[in-house]
Design a protein. Sequence first.
Length: 114
Amino acid sequence: VQLQASGGGLVQAGGSLRLACTASGFFFTDAAAGWYRQAPGKQRDLIAHITKTRDTDYYDSAKGRFTISRDDAAHTIYLQMNNLQPDDTAVYSCNAAGAFGNIWGQGTQVTVSS
């Protein structure tokens, strides 16, 4: 039972990245999922959430720049991040929750240079 995150890296301000989080070992289609991020010295915050029926919510600076989506056939959720800024530098991690419990993936580092 795990979530595997990928897609992080180094990007210049104004650039884009797409993060992916692939699930294995549990019934992904029943899961609500979210992307979180934790900047150095700060707490981990929820930035985007998607339900099993694809309703989405965005928080704080993710609004208008980030898009969360899911491909149930591929057991994967995505986070498309556009117009990245240095303040977006953080470790991004994914979470899935449902009747199976609450599962965290490992983080992926996103670094935005000015």
